[in-house]
Design a protein around this ligand. Structure first.
Ligand code: URA
Length: 449
């Protein structure tokens, strides 16, 4: 086949900070997916985009071309309004687990195609796969049936969804071009728009354990993604949330499932409850469901009932014992005082090295491995008191995990009065239909179109 353009001239346009014409955007994505544009050419183009950025309409065209590289999900057979959430990834981020059944228990449908973890951030599928019997692969017919009957499906995305992104993401990973905001935004939004939900809430993490280390970068990413979603006709809102400290009290697959189940049973850590409720209110408001109380649905067992049905529908045994790693190692407080910092990145790398994450995408994960936090910033600790509990199947992994934690926390001995981790208003009454936003130390900002 004769190609209508050549990759070198597209690269030159972006190298010289120009705007790539629409027909060339469409062509370069299609030709790269077909193999007619080589990896080295796409790497050069990705680097030029990282250095010179993209115009908003150019990025919108690029995202649409990525969507057009594969299939779009057809949710027309789903009777309930469809709403989804995406997190840009953090440490201890198990929010999808209570959130999907919670939102389903309040009348919406949550079609969530999730991924596996890579590097120090966990993946939702790895967490759910620690439940005995649970399967990540669901056929199209079962997907629609489960959305109608139960209201929530969390499963693996098929190969047909945005194949251009699969190729391009793998290339960015090895060419130092992951961090380009237009490329992150189009990568995430091409998959989410192809998924076809009517509303989308983005949880954009900011801090040491996140992709975006500064609030300004997180806001720019959030604004870019909200603009792309809105242009595609998806009701899109983003929350900027703190990722300097791990979420909740655990990082690791089965450990996080156990914590999510505590939240679904009406208990669990206050930060997990706060973020789950804030995101649920936004997801529901996006499809016009405003007269509901997610905190109450966590407390009264409605969300738990839906969770049990959702897990069982994919072969999982909701009452089965979760795997536990063979070995534990306790890290104690080296001095007395107030724990002022517990770094999300350090905990994420430690959990990864203990076996909770993978270095290459084909590696297996250890379902029981991870870190349990026995104190959080704001807590007063005594010298020798247990601070962290490390779980691994292979005790040889403890040393490297301990190295990751060196310098990962601070204890201030000058103020032993201390206070517990900042609590939060968990009844959600401060978000009225998703419009009257009140920032907190955890939910920092809200971005709308
Ligand atoms: N997640 C994605 O899916 N794509 C990116 O580029 C970054 C995070």
């Amino acid at each position: 086949m004769t190609e209508p353009f050549d990759a070198v001239s597209v690269i030159r346009t972006k190298r010289d900070a120009g705007r790539i014409p629409d027909d060339q955007v469409d062509w370069v994505i299609d030709a790269y997916t077909r193999g007619a544009v080589a990896d080295e050419q796409m790497s050069a183009l990705a680097m030029a985009i990282l250095l010179n950025g993209m115009e908003p309409d150019e990025l919108s065209r690029w995202t649409n071309a990525m969507i057009a590289s594969g299939d779009r999900l057809d949710l027309s057979g789903v009777a309930r309004p469809t709403t989804d959430k995406h997190s840009t990834g953090g440490v201890g981020d198990k929010i999808t687990l209570p959130l999907a059944p919670l939102v389903a228990s309040l009348g919406a449908a949550v079609p969530q195609l999730s991924g596996r973890g890579l590097g120090h951030t966990g993946g939702t599928l790895d967490k759910l796969e620690s439940i005995p019997g649970w399967r990540a692969n669901v056929s199209n017919a079962d997907f629609i049936r489960q959305l109608n009957e139960i209201g929530a499906v969390v499963c693996a995305a098929g190969d047909g969804l945005a194949p251009a992104d699969k190729k391009l993401y793998a290339l960015r990973d090895v060419t130092g071009t992951v961090e380009a905001i237009p490329l992150i935004a189009s990568s995430i939004m091409s998959k989410k728009i192809a998924e076809g939900a009517s509303a989308l809430v983005l949880d954009v993490k900011v801090g040491t354990g996140a992709f975006m280390k500064t609030r300004a970068d997180a806001r720019e990413l959030a604004e870019t993604m909200v603009a792309l979603g809105t242009a595609a006709g998806t009701h899109t809102v983003a929350l900027l949330t703190d990722m300097n400290t791990p979420l909740g009290l655990s990082a690791g697959n089965a450990l996080e499932v156990a914590e999510a189940v505590q939240v679904l049973a009406g208990g669990g850590p206050s930060d997990i409850i706060e973020l789950t409720v804030a995101l649920a209110l936004e997801m529901l408001a996006g499809v016009g469901i405003t007269d509901v109380d997610p905190a109450e649905a966590l407390r009264d067992g409605r969300a738990m009932d839906t969770w049990r049905r959702m897990i069982a529908a994919q072969g999982g045994e909701p009452d089965a014992a979760l795997p536990r790693a063979a070995e534990q190692h306790i890290v104690t407080a080296p001095s007395s005082g107030v724990l002022t910092r517990l770094d999300a990145y350090a905990v994420g790398v430690a959990a990864w090295r203990l076996g909770a994450g993978r270095a290459r995408k084909e590696d297996p994960v250890s379902p029981g491995a991870g870190v349990v936090l026995l104190a959080k910033p704001g807590d007063t600790v005594r010298q020798g008191q247990p601070l962290l509990e490390l779980h691994a199947d292979d005790p040889g992994r403890f040393d490297r995990a301990l190295q990751a934690l060196e310098g990962g926390y601070d204890i201030d001995g000058s103020d032993v009065a201390g206070s517990d981790i900042a609590g939060s208003d968990i009844d959600g009454s401060d978000v009225d239909g998703g419009t009257a936003f009140q920032p907190s130390p955890l939910v920092l900002d809200r971005v709308t179109a």
